[in-house]
Design a protein around this ligand. Structure first.
Ligand SMILES: C[S@@+](CC[C@H](N)C(=O)[O-])C[C@H]1O[C@@H](n2cnc3c(N)ncnc32)[C@H](O)[C@@H]1O
Length: 315
């Protein structure tokens, strides 16, 4: 299967990142290298780039697509949760050591081929083993569910999927798992509908948020985002541009809060007449409100529906 992914908010991302020849580029979610190709074209041959993707299929596709641009690229097949350690292990210097990056992009979530390839187990649209591992290694979703207590699963469904009937659904899922009946995407979709109701035309399928919640947990997605947001300022050069695309509220809330803190780091109690913590702003938010897809983009790519782009420029 070829790795076809339409990059979301492409023009907005290019405007925000504003790549120039010779700039250093860090892409934390290479996917099919759609955005990365656009940046590569602008920064030009010989420019330094680092690309992360935890999925070997995405890495291979990105490597092939970027080859013609002649950049000096380091590919890292790991989660961006470990960005700081990986960059140091590969010999990169951070901002305090005179290194860092001018352009950084994180485009969270899944690439289209990960969803479209039924065997990856991310989608309830076709029946397949309940897998959901972006990295294709470690514990599958079926194994993960099988070892959880109902209360742990209920927390995941509530926190990562906003599912109100989380306790009832978790109980039903764990009972089926104990009976060896929670091994496929159809089995998870069926039990979701048995608690949350049958799919209705014109509304999202009831299993959508169940699959989202379990996928987030299996791939430790929020841990990765929290670690990346905490470490990234160390890796931004003066004048560096950071662009982040989120696809649901749990991701966007983390990004919004982190960028706000970069701009307003003061930790003094609001009643103090003057600042005594002396924490300095790291730069400024580029667009106050997140950029979202236009109607014409949505007509070509329905997966851009929930995308929100935020940006920050570092002093
Ligand atoms: C939305 S796609 C990126 C698409 C890309 N910008 C393009 O234009 O083709 C997200 C990619 O990030 C990868 N990914 C998601 N979370 C990751 C993480 N924590 N660490 C590394 N890669 C991750 C996924 O495997 C997927 O290929």
């Amino acid at each position: 299967m070829t790795f076809q992914h339409i990059p979301v908010l492409y023009d907005d991302v290019m405007r925000l990142l504003d790549p120039h020849p010779g700039e250093r580029y860090l892409d934390l979610t290479l996917g099919g290298a759609g955005h990365a190709s656009g940046v590569a074209q602008k920064i030009g041959p010989g420019a330094k780039m680092v690309g992360f993707d935890r999925d070997p299929a995405a890495q291979a596709a990105a490597q092939q697509r970027l080859a013609p641009f002649g950049l000096d690229i380091t590919f890292i097949q790991n989660s961006f949760e470990f960005m700081d350690n990986e960059l140091r292990t590969h010999g990169f210097k951070d901002r305090s050591e005179g290194g860092g990056f001018d352009i950084v992009l994180a485009d969270f979530g899944l690439s289209s081929p990960q969803i479209d390839d039924a065997s990856r187990g991310f989608s309830f649209q076709s029946d397949a083993p309940l897998d959901m591992r972006m990295s294709q290694t470690g514990e599958t979703a079926a194994q993960f569910i099988a070892r959880l207590a109902p209360s742990e699963l209920a927390d995941i469904l509530y926190q990562f999927g906003d599912i109100r009937q989380s306790h009832k659904l978790a109980q039903r899922i764990t009972e089926r798992a104990q009976a060896g009946q929670m091994l496929t995407t159809s089995q998870l979709a069926d039990v979701s509908c048995s608690v949350l109701g049958k799919p209705k035309p014109g509304t999202p399928h009831p299993a959508t948020r169940v699959f989202q919640a379990i996928r987030i947990a299996v791939n430790h997605e929020f841990d990765a985002i929290d670690a990346f947001l905490s470490d990234i300022p160390k890796w931004m050069r003066p004048g560096g541009r950071l662009a982040i695309i989120s696809f649901h509220s749990g991701e966007d809330r983390r990004v919004k809060e982190a960028l706000h803190k970069f701009q307003n780091p003061c930790t003094c109690p609001p009643k103090l007449p003057v600042c005594i913590c002396h924490k300095q702003p790291l730069g400024h938010v580029i667009n106050k409100k997140p950029v979202e897809a236009s109607d014409s983009e949505l007509a070509n790519n329905s997966r851009a529906r929930s995308a929100k782009l935020r940006g920050f420029i570092f002093d």
